[in-house]
Design a protein around this ligand. Structure first.
Ligand SMILES: Cc1cc2nc3c(=O)[nH]c(=O)nc-3n(C[C@H](O)[C@H](O)[C@H](O)COP(=O)(O)OP(=O)(O)OC[C@H]3O[C@@H](n4cnc5c(N)ncnc54)[C@H](O)[C@@H]3O)c2cc1C
Length: 548
């Protein structure tokens, strides 16, 4: 495999996306001696942390965990100022990584890949971009992200609105000042919950339009305690290894030992109270072994949070509306907040229920629901993303055998290990559907996939092979296993973006792998150790030449 001249747009590997996954892929594949080219729609690196600049945006996994592990120097030298990094801090970190490992020279920014076509006889992918560029490579790595396709508000009259409107996932780079404005926030998922307390402090009046109440726990963010940082750093490599032996890829939380139903009411309250005081979602879900498996067990944890909401929010009607009652806690992305419920005690904040009175239209001066119009100067849509499949399906991915990703995934995604797709040789996905990606610490998930993909390419090179493809039967079995594992849990009970419920018309299929990081990694490692079981290989260049 030779490096080709970049001028001709020929590379060994094309990488689509320069978030944490794409950047690490550039680093690893380049170290393998491959020529790589990355295309990134945004004007800089960072992906999620480049686009989501809304007020209050921060990670909900502690930053000592939510960071790269591949370089010990990097993890030792970087200093996280707070327990949970803010968006600007995380973006600064990712930019530092791009500079430290000289990654930018292989990235074309402001360039969106529109098409990717596989050619069987040459075993190559050719991509076309919105800048008119064409590039060809043996391997194509989709690092396009799970939460990177903002769901555009599809509400009648939006174009007539005379004020300004924003999507949290496409936030203006120079920020927005809501001082003195009447602001509407539509949506109370993670982005809404993070931004609402901050917008409320600026706005003259804030109207929160809520369709579904979601569970949120206190983050308990604090400046990084120096002793915690030094203790963590002293054990970094061991902690990183330990993370792979946990369901969510996050170490440091003692695993639960018993069922919630084996504890007395008093014991449970004590346990939940301690977790509530500690902050963090993993800690809370780790209270008992069966919170995500048994509805009765889960009810005890859900009810505890509802009681906290009622105790915090002074107006009983508002408190009741904020109490989630249509899904078990943890079956939708569990949110972490700072002063979310407290915000509803402010005089300038009104919660509006759009479940019972749906939005009818946006008018030039505001937003109309069944019982009247709310006058607004600005609207913030915190309406989430076409998650997990959106970015892949926005690209016209086809093969010369006549397959397209749009057709193949029309009833929901089908993958082998969430990394490859039968019928689409040499096309890798980083944290694709049916991998634990979104149900884990995602930088770890990206690293695990990139490492596996790099080893796989090395394996092909060592054997003079040019092509690898998932077998249909292996893919079918993996999809089935994925569904069976999900069906053993409470996850399918929720109308979440895990099942595409937030996108009208999207097939309702449970997309993430919820068997846990440990089981998943073991399976990936076994597949590789057994000569990439479930994959078949194409002919090598030599064999092809001989056949012609
Ligand atoms: C607000 C928010 C908070 C989050 N907090 C956490 C957290 O606390 N912990 C956690 O583990 N995860 C969190 N996540 C998930 C987060 O997405 C991942 O942690 C991680 O950043 C994903 O990295 P990635 O490289 O896989 O994808 P992304 O960061 O989404 O990057 C994908 C990139 O691909 C580009 N792209 C997509 N399609 C194309 C195309 N056709 N052509 C060119 N470029 C393209 C996009 O522009 C984007 O820059 C959060 C997500 C959001 C939205």
């Amino acid at each position: 495999m030779s490096a080709h001249s970049p001028e001709h747009g020929r590379y060994d590997a094309i990488i689509v996306g320069a978030g944490v996954g794409g950047l690490y892929a550039i680093h690893r594949l380049r170290k393998l001696g491959l020529s790589v080219r990355a295309f990134e729609a945004g004007g800089g690196v960072g992906g999620t942390w480049y686009w989501n600049r809304y007020p209050g945006c921060r990670c909900d996994v502690e930053s000592l965990e939510y960071s790269y592990s591949f370089s010990d120097e990097l993890q030792q030298e970087w200093r996280w100022p707070e327990r949970y990094g803010t968006q600007p801090e995380i973006l600064r970190y990712i930019n530092h990584v791009a500079d430290r490992f000289d990654l930018r020279r292989d990235i074309e920014f402001n360039t969106r890949v529109k098409e990717a076509l596989f050619d069987g006889p040459t075993s190559t992918w050719t991509v076309k971009t919105d800048t008119g560029k064409t590039a060809t490579a043996r391997f194509c790595v989709m690092a396009t992200g799970n939460l990177s396709t903002p769901r555009k508000p599809d509400i009648a009259g939006l174009e007539s609105f005379k004020g300004k409107w924003y999507h949290t996932g496409l936030w203006p780079h120079d920020g927005v000042d809501f001082t003195g404005m009447r602001v509407g926030v539509v949506g109370t998922g993670s982005s809404g919950v993070q931004s609402i307390p901050i917008i409320a402090k600026q706005a003259k009046h804030l109207y929160v339009f809520q369709r579904t109440a979601n569970f949120s726990l206190p983050a308990r963010n604090v400046p990084m305690p120096p002793d915690k940082e030094s203790a963590h750093k002293a054990e970094y490599p061991a902690r990183r290894r330990a993370a792979y032996d946990t369901p969510f890829g996050i170490a440091g939380y003692p695993p639960p030992v018993k069922s919630a139903l084996d504890a007395t009411e008093e014991e449970r309250l004590k346990a939940y109270e301690a977790k509530w005081a500690e902050g963090g979602s993993i800690s809370y879900l780790y209270s008992y072994t069966d919170l995500l498996l048994n509805k009765e067990a889960n009810d005890t944890a859900s009810e505890f949070v509802r009681r906290k909401i009622r105790a915090t929010v002074k107006d009983p009607k508002t408190a009741e509306l904020l109490c989630p009652n249509d899904h078990p806690i943890g079956t939708k992305r569990l949110i972490l907040d700072t002063d979310y419920y407290e915000t509803y005690n402010r005089d300038n904040v009104t919660l509006v229920d759009i479940r019972s009175k749906p939005i009818q239209e946006i008018t030039p001066t505001g937003l109309r629901i069944a019982d009247g119009e709310y006058a607004l100067d600005a609207i913030v849509f915190a309406t989430g993303f076409d998650a997990m499949t959106g970015a892949m399906k926005e690209i016209d991915i086809r093969t010369d055998a006549g397959l397209s990703i749009q057709a193949k995934w029309q009833d929901g995604p089908r993958t082998y290990l969430g990394m490859m797709i039968a019928g689409f040789p040499n096309l890798f996905m980083i944290t694709g559907p049916q991998s634990p990606g979104v149900k884990s610490q995602m930088i770890l998930a990206c690293e695990q996939h990139v490492d596996w993909i790099t080893d796989c390419i090395q394996y092909l090179r060592d054997r003079g092979l040019t092509c690898i493809e998932a077998e249909e039967a292996a893919e079918d079995a993996w999809v089935q296993h994925n569904n069976e594992v999900a069906d053993r849990t409470l996850y399918p009970l929720a109308n979440s973006w895990y099942v595409g419920a937030n996108i009208p018309g999207k097939p309702r299929v449970f997309m993430p792998y919820v068997g846990g990081v440990t089981a998943y990694k073991k399976k990936c490692d076994e597949v590789a150790a057994n000569g990439y079981r479930g994959f078949h290989f194409g002919a090598s260049f030599k064999e092809q030449a001989a056949a012609n």
